[in-house]
Design a protein around this ligand. Sequence first.
Ligand SMILES: Cc1cc2nc3c(=O)[nH]c(=O)nc-3n(C[C@H](O)[C@H](O)[C@H](O)COP(=O)(O)OP(=O)(O)OC[C@H]3O[C@@H](n4cnc5c(N)ncnc54)[C@H](O)[C@@H]3O)c2cc1C
Length: 435
Amino acid sequence: MKTLIFSLLSLVTLAWGWDVFTSVAPAGANTLWVARQEALHLSGLLSVAMMSLVMFLATRPAWLETPLGGMDRIYRAHKWAGITAVGFAAAHWIIEMSDDILKAVVGREGRVDKEKFTGFLEVLRKLAEDMGEWAIYAVLAMLVITLWKKFPYRAWSILHQAMPVLYLMLAFHAALLVPTDYWAQPVGMLLGALLAAGVYGAVASLRKAIGKSLQAMGEIVSVEQLPGDVCAVRCRLNPTWRAHRAGQFAFVTFEGKEGSHPFTIASADRGDRTIDFQIKALGDFTKGLAQRLQAGQAVRVEGPYGRFDLARRNPKAGQIWIAGGIGVTPFLAWLESLQAHPQQAPTADLHFCTRSQATDTFAERLSTLCATLPSVRLHIHDASQGSALKAHALAATNKSEIWFCGPVGLGNALRDGLKSMGVIPRFHQEAFEMR
Ligand SMILES: Cc1cc2nc3c(=O)[nH]c(=O)nc-3n(C[C@H](O)[C@H](O)[C@H](O)COP(=O)(O)OP(=O)(O)OC[C@H]3O[C@@H](n4cnc5c(N)ncnc54)[C@H](O)[C@@H]3O)c2cc1C
């Protein structure tokens, strides 16, 4: 994620630098005014590059899952590129506003003249300036509510639907206000490609075409309310559904007006297009779900996505699998997929963290699945008995590979604990949070 964002920022900076060093500064221009002008261009370019990346990643490009490590990471890259974009947009706005200060300090003399246009083009450029300013205020507000976790997800996701429109406003601003000579330079070609990718994403989003090719309809086969506020749902999908790999997830729409929610497919591929979900009541939609769903009801499933895939493990590394609460779902799928060939199961330590084993839905199921897999050792950590999982209990080494799915806080605590012990294993983490 960091590599992708940093590489794109570097590429844009290099292309901008090429233009700066190959063009001649206007005669008589003051260095400070020239520096302001270039800073304005660079901040705008970096912002629009990040925003274009955000829009493109919003199309859920499944082909990028392998290089980027899964759809949950693509979403994280989408989020951080968005934050970076807003940061550069704010810098761009501050630099734009700095001209009064500069006038007071060095005077109007030596100011870089604006490019002159006439007629309709000038009207469009004025409109592009205004649009850019409104869009910056709107994306700043969006950033605040995105980072303010207490803002309800549903309201946030409705407001978030305005992003493609805001992007189109910013793209219009950029396309009309970049210096004309850019279009004959590498920087212009790069900007053109980025705007094309971003506009593609924005239009796909406005047309509600995202993920359409990976959607399959089906029906609910059974619904069961399990202890611990968990709803177990089995669905049978129509033949357009592609087989999934154990550990992948899908966007599921049970009720049309609600829209889709991501859930891990908690079962192996059985070859009959039936898939299971284990859904914990964690908010407005998931609360009371078992009462609202019934067998025979239509369901739409988009996917499969994700790279929390046992086939990606390093066969030479010691395997440590950690499930926290409902984060057990990908491991249920893994263990189920290994039942057919127990001898192929890797040697692994599976740590399951539960608040209370006595009332837990999954502890018994895990014990049953592991009973047929002698190479998988199950460790249950019952917080109610004071047995919370700590880093030292993992017996990890730098050669271990950890697969973690559970609360972010637990993941961070374990990573920090390992680091303080001087142990830095490979850590795969499935994020259950996309915002
Ligand atoms: C890859 C992935 C796999 C998941 N697998 C499971 C699973 O197997 N079982 C399970 O119980 N939960 C799973 N979740 C979490 C589940 O998606 C949320 O708990 C659920 O969407 C909450 O919806 P809500 O309206 O009840 O709660 P809210 O209170 O509205 O939301 C709680 C949090 O859930 C997330 N969320 C809510 N709606 C959406 C949405 N439409 N799209 C993306 N995120 C959303 C947000 O982070 C939000 O802050 C998974 C999440 C992800 C990202």
